[in-house]
Design a protein around this ligand. Structure first.
Ligand code: FAD
Length: 454
């Protein structure tokens, strides 16, 4: 940590979003002495964990004028991380006496209840303006990260546009979530293919796929779960994946109607789909489980910050754009991570930097750091769209953040639990949520938790 000698300063900070990222950001900012307003366009906290039966009218979610349904959670969804590993560090995600679902890998409703408990415990709701959407964020004055204070103009609309506000804040923290703007696979011939296309963002329950032939594209956690969900009702389910070998064609063991393929080669106007492995199938539905794009429709930075092939940049340590640091920051950009504890550390860092307790390098040094990171990716031929993928690197990142904040890094049990869960998930996608061997890690976690839960 680089301590500052300047006095601690309190700022007026806007947080956009009251999901897992925005909630912990609000808590850390207030702990540090800042005044905080959280803008949340939904009626309650929880972000993507607020399950709804509703889906968007455009099943591919490409129409920019569509009314957005925020949640991407489907009915059967259970967490893909064990609850001990998943929770914020100082508010453990333990089963409570009134838990709806005490399982280690609980359903989405239990995660929502946990986030609601977190908001209640730390009195966060009083900082939130619900049903208030941020529609524009732009610099109000020159933001200079040196001695000066950046100012941001925030325009928001409340309650179906009945109230429109235009306000000035010292700093803005963007926590708007990154699972609403779908990425789609490119399929030759798709424009004349007569079947139904959709994105997993708009998947909720399997019953509508009864007796249908469905192709899912992707190999993410969602594709694995949804293919199994749908196989219980559909006539046939075929999973196509770019990373599979070109000749792959395997029946999934334990299923009579689920096959793994290589990628789709072409779709035809007679309703058929041809895979790279040479198989041709008549298909009713193609579902893209192909992930999402970062999207900040409200943000005006005059080109200082861009999203290019899903690289949000330039961002110092995935958080601060040097041109506006520290007055603009982002929480939750890294993926393939354990999100909540990472959000917590990013929040502590931002709060401390804003108060002047923690120093950032100069703009030039931040840019050097970013450019050398980009050069490393390029040398390894890693495409831009993987810039924010962390995986195992998240632990070094978390420890770096912790060292800046003067707190402890990732617990060894949490790291091991994440890694062993990953291995079991890949080997046993059907059973990893109900059968495990890492009992010793669970015991270590609960030993740590006793500090917070007694
Ligand atoms: P969100 O939860 O999306 O919250 C963003 C908030 O910002 C929303 O409430 C939204 O309404 C609000 N907002 C957006 N734009 C505006 C605006 N302009 N004005 C005002 N408010 C706005 N993580 C795990 O740890 N374990 C799991 O098992 C797991 N499973 C997942 C399964 C699926 C299908 C998905 C999609 C994600 C999963 N995740 C999981 C990751 C999950 O996204 C994170 O855990 C976390 O909830 C993300 O929080 P967030 O605050 O960044 O975003």
């Amino acid at each position: 940590m680089v301590p500052s000698l300047s006095p601690i300063r309190s700022h007026h900070v806007a947080v956009i979003g009251a999901g897992a990222a925005g909630l912990v950001a609000a808590r850390e900012l207030r702990r540090e002495g800042h005044s905080v307003v959280v803008f949340e366009r939904q009626k309650q906290v929880g972000g993507t964990w607020i399950y709804t039966d509703h889906v968007e009218p455009d099943p591919l979610s490409v129409d920019p004028t569509r009314s957005v349904v925020h949640s991407s959670v489907y009915g059967s969804l259970r967490t893909n991380l064990p609850r001990e590993c998943m929770g914020y560090r100082d508010f453990p995600f333990v089963g409570r006496s009134d838990s709806r679902d005490p399982r280690r890998f609980p359903s989405h409703g239990e995660v929502l209840a946990y986030l609601q408990d977190f908001a209640k415990e730390f009195g966060i709701e009083e900082m939130i303006r619900f049903e208030t959407a941020v529609v524009r964020v732009a610099p109000a004055e020159k933001c200079d990260g040196g001695e000066g204070i950046g100012k941001w103009r925030i325009e928001s609309t409340e309650n179906e546009k009945r109230v429109r506000r235009d306000e000035i804040y010292d700093a803005v923290i963007v926590c708007n979530g990154h699972y609403i703007e779908p990425r789609l696979a490119e399929i030759p011939g798709i424009s004349s293919w007569p079947g139904k296309e959709m994105h997993s963002h708009n998947y909720r329950i399997p019953e509508p796929f009864k007796d249908q032939v469905v192709v899912l594209i992707g190999n993410s956690a969602s594709a694995v779960d949804i293919s199994r969900d749908i196989a219980a009702f559909a006539k046939e389910v075929h999973v196509a994946c770019r990373s599979n070998a070109a000749d792959m064609f395997i029946k999934q063991s334990g299923y009579s109607n689920l096959w793994m393929h290589s990628m789709i080669e072409r779709a035809h106007d007679d309703g058929s789909v041809v895979f790279q492995n040479g198989k041709t199938i008549l298909v009713d539905v193609i579902m893209h489980c192909t992930g999402y794009k970062y999207h900040f429709p409200f943000l005006e930075t005059n080109g200082s910050l861009t999203v290019d092939d899903n690289r949000v940049g330039p961002l110092y340590k995935d958080v601060f754009p040097p041109a506006f640091a520290p007055w603009l920051s982002f929480i939750g950009i890294p993926w393939k991570v354990v999100p909540f504890p990472l959000f917590e550390l990013q929040s502590k860092w931002i709060a401390g930097v804003l108060s002047g307790r923690i120093m950032l390098p100069s703009k030039e040094d931040m840019m050097k750091d970013i450019n050398s990171f980009y050069a490393t990716l390029e040398a390894q031929r890693i495409p831009k769209r993987y810039t924010h993928q962390m995986g195992i690197a998240q632990f070094e990142y978390n420890n770096w953040l912790a060292s800046q904040c003067g707190c402890s890094g990732t617990e060894e049990w949490r790291k091991e639990m994440y890694l062993t869960t990953g291995v079991r998930k890949r080997a046993h996608p059907e059973t990893y949520r109900d059968e495990w061997e890492d009992h010793h890690l669970v015991s270590q976690a609960y030993q740590d938790f006793s500090f917070y839960t007694h």
